[in-house]
Design a protein around this ligand. Structure first.
Ligand code: FES
Length: 164
C-alpha cells in the first residue's frame, strides 16, 4: 500500500479556505497540540560536518525519541542548508514503533519489522508498507554554522504529545 496522503499544513488549509470564502470560519482553527507545544532549540550538528551522504543519529525532543539527520545528495522536499539537502526524521516507525534504519544503497528509511519504507527526499512519506502515515519530520533551521532542531511536524509514535 502506498501512502499517498499529502501533507497539508495549516497554511494550506487557510489558503484553500480563503479561496472558498471560508476564511472567517477557519480563522478559529487552533494549531494541533503537538504543534502548539514549546519545543527545545537543540544544536544537532555543524554545517561543515554534513557532507552529502552523512547520516547522524540523535535524539529529539528528548532522549527517549530517536531521530536521524541526513545530508542527501541534492535538494529535497523541506531540505535546509545551502544546498537544501538536509532533513531529519523520527526513527520510530509509525506502524508499531520499531526503529527504522537508513539504507544508503536505497536512499530510504526502512523498518525491519514489517518493511515499511519511508522516503526522506519526499518529507518522510511512506512509499510501501504497513504504516498508515509518514515519519514525523524534525523541523530544522540553520543558525550561524549550526543546524538546530526546533520542532516536530507530526506526532511521534506512541505519544499523545511530542513533549512529555
Ligand atoms: S513496525 Fe514498522 S512496519 Fe510495522
Amino acid at each position: 500500500m502506498t501512502d499517498k496522503t499529502p501533507k497539508v499544513s495549516r497554511r494550506d488549509i487557510l489558503s484553500i479556505g480563503a479561496a472558498a470564502g471560508l476564511g472567517a470560519g477557519l480563522a478559529s482553527l487552533e494549531p494541533s497540540p503537538a504543534r502548539a507545544q514549546t519545543m527545545p532549540q537543540t544544536e544537532v550538528a555543524k554545517l561543515a560536518d554534513l557532507a552529502p551522504g552523512t547520516a547522524l543519529d540523535f535524539a529529539y525532543p528528548d532522549e527517549d525519541s530517536p531521530a536521524i539527520l541526513l545530508a542527501m545528495g541534492g535538494p529535497v522536499e523541506d531540505g535546509i542548508g545551502p544546498n537544501g539537502n538536509i532533513v531529519a526524521f523520527s526513527t520510530l516507525c509509525t506502524h508499531k514503533g520499531c526503529p527504522v534504519g537508513w539504507q544508503t544503497d536505497q536512499q530510504m528509511l526502512i523498518c525491519p519489522c514489517h518493511w515499511s519504507t519511508f522516503d526522506p527526499a519526499k518529507g518522510g512519506r511512506m512509499i510501501i508498507g504497513q504504516a498508515s502515515q509518514g515519519l514525523p519530520q524534525i523541523v530544522l533551521k540553520v543558525e550561524g554554522d549550526a543546524v538546530m532542531a526546533t520542532g516536530v511536524d507530526g506526532l511521534i509514535y506512541g505519544r499523545q504529545t511530542n513533549v512529555l
